[in-house]
Design a protein around this ligand. Sequence first.
Ligand SMILES: Cc1cc2nc3c(=O)[nH]c(=O)nc-3n(C[C@H](O)[C@H](O)[C@H](O)COP(=O)(O)OP(=O)(O)OC[C@H]3O[C@@H](n4cnc5c(N)ncnc54)[C@H](O)[C@@H]3O)c2cc1C
Length: 336
Amino acid sequence: MIQTDIIIIGAGPVGLFTVFEAGLLKLKCHLIDSLPQAGGQCSEIYPKKPIYDIPGFPSVLAGELIDNLMEQAAPFKPGFTLGEAAMTIEKTADDKFIVTTVKGTKHEAPIVMIAGGLGVFEPRKPPIENLGAYEDKGVEYIIKDPTFYQDKRVVIAGGGDSALDWSIFLAERKIAKEVVLVHRSSSFRGHLDSVQKVIDMAGKGEIILVTEAEVTGIKGANNVEQIVITHQKDGEIIRNTDHFIPLFGLKPSLGPIADWGLEIDKNAIKVNTLDYSTNIPGIYAIGDVNTYENKLKLILCGFHEGTLAVQSAFARIHPDKKNILKYTTVNGVQGF
Ligand SMILES: Cc1cc2nc3c(=O)[nH]c(=O)nc-3n(C[C@H](O)[C@H](O)[C@H](O)COP(=O)(O)OP(=O)(O)OC[C@H]3O[C@@H](n4cnc5c(N)ncnc54)[C@H](O)[C@@H]3O)c2cc1C
């Protein structure tokens, strides 16, 4: 049994920063994440993309932000259970919680903070019969490291920001040797700037744009070698390619947390904005996973929520102690 003060479910940016804020109050944290690495969406979906709205950082790569948050949390020696989804929660006789993962690892603490973001990641997949047979053999649903596509032929499908941005990135930086963007409509859902840029690049032959068409088949002995594009007017087109990357977004799914008796509204956990507590005393929800009036799914908002939630957690754990706010500039950071 792993014992700690606060179990944090989700090691995304919000969970990681909460370790730091809890540490300042001398509360120890243990993080559980279903992914094999910390960082949540930042590490899993867009590690090489710059973020421009983290206070004090005019620009920071999402992966760098996670490295920095890990460094900032390090003095407080957080524990990690990675690669295991939190499945069940139960209450003990002495008012603690036991959270058990899919692999049976048990964690006990008086406080649980759910920082589960979008939940367990599940990409939306196109309905292609043999798609599963090519997963990790040329079919990827997330671009983790663009250099993986160096000098490769790539077919991206989708009409949102991800599909547009990655097509531009891989073609403009001359990473992939051929970028084909396939979209079922002639209009895109992404930012107008990105749409215009793709159209301009297609005009110059830097991106091959195929609209009003869908990828309907994959061929290859073992790995992806060809894809079948079905065009609404021209019928089937076969293209040789090394990679097929459908970027249709992630299906938000709270996963097992949805069955924990928490008040849920549209796949998110309802909280009291006083301290981001849920309807179950001792359980808090912070970051993208929660919902309240005027909620913004931004990293900086999650940082604020985690900071207030640990203050409330402190009061629950130490009802007889008064916590006085101390600036880090005055007190420094006293690790464990
Ligand atoms: C392409 C893209 C660009 C973005 N750009 C910006 C930007 O510029 N600025 C900005 O502020 N925000 C941006 N965002 C949003 C930002 O990434 C999110 O607001 C942020 O990641 C939320 O952090 P989080 O820690 O709440 O959740 P997440 O980052 O989603 O992390 C949650 C973690 O919880 C884990 N988890 C969930 N359920 C369980 C379970 N049952 N057991 C174990 N683990 C579980 C997940 O595996 C995940 O690792 C962007 C998002 C995307 C996709």
